[in-house]
Design a binder for this molecule. Structure first.
Ligand code: C2E
Ligand code: CA
Ligand code: CA
Length: 700
């Protein structure tokens, strides 16, 4: 029975499932009124049939009233039972269906609400996405605006070139920027190229072609464009290209930026970097670039070119600066620069290296004669007098020449060797030029050796002082001596002072040497004083370098106090060129020397720049007329006139005068006749040892 019920239930369930499926799949509708009516009618029909048939059947078979009543009661119960079962069955199916439906609805509802949640989440996400998009859109808008502003502000133009169609687009505002109407410039590449400066055009076209053929990713070029009004604008053109699968460019797009201002600044900076501000000549950097370029071109092309490098220095420029002032010095530099600018024509090149030094390149030289011709022509112009404040000055130059490649195949060697040659001119002749020679270099090596020897000379006691008598021309008696140094080199023998004093001055060795001279001469003076020759003057040559050296005065004071001699018979000889180096300091020091009661003689008078009126400024006692004037006495009349004039003027200035280099009786006679105070020279005596002086004094 249970099994049957189970199977019934299962079957019933199956039916319900089927029905439900049917309902769901066929969109079947339940009609509640119809369903209720159907059940009621079934119930009604069964009820009616039961009433009609059961009583009749019962009446037929049961006649006994009591039994009939009893059976009727059972029949009533049976009816109730049957109808109950029937209703149960009829209702059960529907209720199960309703239950299933409700469950399905419920589960669908759950699914739906889950879906709904998903939908809500999705909606949220979508909203967020939308907001994000909006933000991006805004940002894009801002960046577009910013870009537009930037393009406008930066004088920038965007261009786009469809290569095959040759459609060239560029902003209209850029056309108007260059001063053109929109239709005045064709929208093709050629239209743009037509606006490029004629000097840059070929270059730009070849750069574009090169780029098209290359596999480079970006293009960049700088050139000038010509505005409608003729004005030039510098443009920086940048681009990138899109290539097809064959690598061929189909489209190029990029920007043009006006860089005129930057270019102007760059040009100014360049001229600052490459030009000498005072003379407007190319400067040292330009010069170095030029020489390196010439050398590189020659080396790369194997062209065997020769060029000459001239190193030029104005002689005694420092004196011009010191005596006439720096402004005049600058004027002189400009004056010289102008001569060089006009006389040195391209491809030859001239630059100011600094100070009073200039460098000239004579390009493509065939032979030495060609250089000589050019230099001589140049010197002719440089020797013309320079006029300032209605005064004429004769300016001379020393020029050293080195030839590429024989005197050096690089900048530094060429510079060094031309400088060596220039220095040789300066030392030996001035106002001239000289080619670099191996010999000069050797001479320099000798000098270096000599400097080393000189360093050891004091320690080795290789120096000696000789004395040349100074004669009173009236009485022809010795009134003093000039101390003159001698160097007895162990190998080279006696080296004259002119060969080592300037060298010692250059290298600072003069300090030690001169200390030795001072000490030796003062001690000698003291010795002679002690021997009874207290009136004998001691004249000591002082190097120009020493006069302005700090501590010089103290050193002199120190020596004097140690030796304890009468100061008024001591005389220092200084050359005018030495004083000119630093006139103000020199005057100060000379005053201090005079305060110590030491006399001062202006040595080598007439060889330098100063004039007699200029001497007035100097605190001196004696003028020593250079031997160059004396040697021409009785030979050149004009020189005699000068000597006579100098003696007279010196006396007018209350100074004494000493004539140097008296070699003949004629010299002596002339000088005596013209009132010269003192004299010295081979006519009386050469510089001699102290013993020889003593002999002379004993005789005297
Ligand atoms: P300076 O001061 O003009 O010296 C005179 C030079 O003329 C000396 O040459 C002397 O020997 C030379 N001399 C003298 N009489 C005659 C003459 O009749 N005819 C000719 N032709 N020459 C004559 P020195 O001794 O060779 O000195 C040359 C220069 O070296 C000096 O010229 C001086 O500038 C420098 N010097 C010499 N000794 C010293 C020194 O102890 N200290 C310094 N700082 N310089 C010195
Ligand atoms: Ca002297
Ligand atoms: Ca002299």
């Amino acid at each position: 029975m249970l099994k049957k019920l189970e199977s019934y239930k299962r079957r019933n369930n199956e039916i319900v499932e089927r029905d439900l499926e049917f309902y769901l799949n066929n969109d079947y509708k339940i009609y509640p009124y119809y369903e209720a009516l159907r059940i009621s009618i079934i119930y009604g029909i069964i009820g009616a049939l039961w009433i009609l048939l059961s009583d009749r059947l019962l009446g037929k078979f049961i006649t006994n009233m009591d039994i009939y009543i009893e059976v009727a009661t059972y029949k009533g119960w049976l009816y109730v039972l049957i109808t109950t079962i029937l209703i149960y069955l009829l209702v059960l199916k529907r209720v199960i269906l309703v239950e299933k439906t409700l469950k399905t609805i419920a589960s669908n509802f759950e699914a739906l609400s889950a879906n709904n949640e998903e939908l809500i989440a999705l909606e949220d996400e979508l909203r967020k996405k939308f907001e994000e998009l909006e933000k991006q859109n805004d940002a894009l808008l801002i960046s577009e605006q910013r870009y537009e502003l930037a393009v406008e502000g930066a004088d920038c133009c965007i261009w786009d070139w469809e290569v095959e169609k040759d459609k060239y687009y560029f902003c209209v505002n850029w056309k108007s920027y260059l001063g053109y109407e929109n239709d005045e410039v064709e929208n093709t590449l050629q239209g743009w190229i037509n606006l490029i400066h004629k000097e840059d055009k070929i270059n730009v076209v070849s750069e574009i072609n090169d780029y098209i053929l290359s596999d480079s990713s970006s293009y960049e070029s700088i050139y000038r464009m010509v505005c409608k009004n003729g004005e030039e604008k510098w443009v920086l053109s940048k681009a990138k290209a899109i290539r097809n699968s064959d690598g061929k460019i189909v489209r190029m797009a990029g920007s043009h930026t006006d860089i005129t201002e930057q270019k102007l600044i760059q040009n100014q900076l360049n001229s600052l970097a490459y030009k000498d501000m005072l003379t407007e000549l190319p400067n040292r950097l330009s010069f170095e670039l030029k020489v390196n370029e010439l050398i590189n071109t020659d080396k790369n092309n194997d062209s065997n070119t020769k060029f000459a490098l001239l190193y030029m220095d104005i002689d005694n420029f420092k004196h011009v600066n010191d005596t006439l002032g720096h402004t005049s010095g600058d004027l002189l530099l400009k004056y010289i620069s102008n001569i060089l600018k006009y006389q040195v024509k391209a491809p030859d090149f001239v630059a100011r290296l600094g100070g009073d030094e200039f460098a000239i390149i004579f390009e493509d030289i065939k032979n030495r004669q060609e250089i000589i011709d050019k230099v001589q022509k140049l010197i002719k112009y440089l020797r013309r007098p320079w006029v300032i404040d209605k005064q004429e000055f004769f300016i001379s130059h020393s020029i050293g020449i080195a030839i590429y490649p024989e005197d050096g195949d690089n900048l530094s060697t060429l510079l060094k060797n031309s400088d060596v040659a220039m220095y040789f001119v300066k030392k030996n002749m001035k106002d001239n030029y000289c080619f670099y020679l191996q010999e000069i270099q050797e001479e320099n090596s000798k000098k270096i050796k000599m400097i080393n020897d000189l360093r050891r000379a004091i320690e080795n006691k290789e120096f000696n002082l000789f004395y040349q008598p100074i004669i009173d021309l009236n009485s022809e008696k010795i009134i003093g001596v000039e101390a003159l140094i001698r160097w007895f080199h162990p190998i080279r023998g006696m080296i004259p002072p002119m060969e080592f004093i300037p060298l010692a001055e250059e290298n600072g060795l003069i300090h030690d040497i001169e200390s030795w001279i001072l000490e030796t001469a003062l001690m000698q003076k003291k010795q002679w004083e002690d021997m009874g020759y207290a009136d004998l003057k001691m004249s000591i040559n002082i190097s120009g370098k020493s006069v302005t050296r700090e501590g010089f005065i103290n050193e002199v004071k120190d020596f004097l106090s140690r030796v304890k001699i009468k100061n008024d018979n001591i005389q220092f000889e200084v050359t005018e060129t030495a004083l000119m180096n630093d006139l103000n300091t020199s005057i100060k020091v000379l005053r201090e020397i005079k305060d110590m009661n030491i006399k001062i003689a202006l040595d080598d008078f007439g060889t330098g720049y100063s004039s007699l009126t200029y001497i007035k400024k100097l605190p001196i006692d004696v003028v020593k007329l250079d031997k160059d004037f004396i040697k021409n006495i009785s030979k050149i009349e004009e020189e005699e006139v000068i000597v006579d004039y100098v003696i007279k003027l010196t006396h007018q200035l209350n100074l004494k005068i000493v004539a140097e280099g008296i070699e003949t009786k004629e010299h002596l006679e002339f000088l005596k006749l013209n009132g010269c105070d003192y004299g010295q020279g081979y006519f009386f005596s050469k510089p001699i040892t102290k013993e020889e002086i003593e002999k002379l004094l004993n005789i005297g």
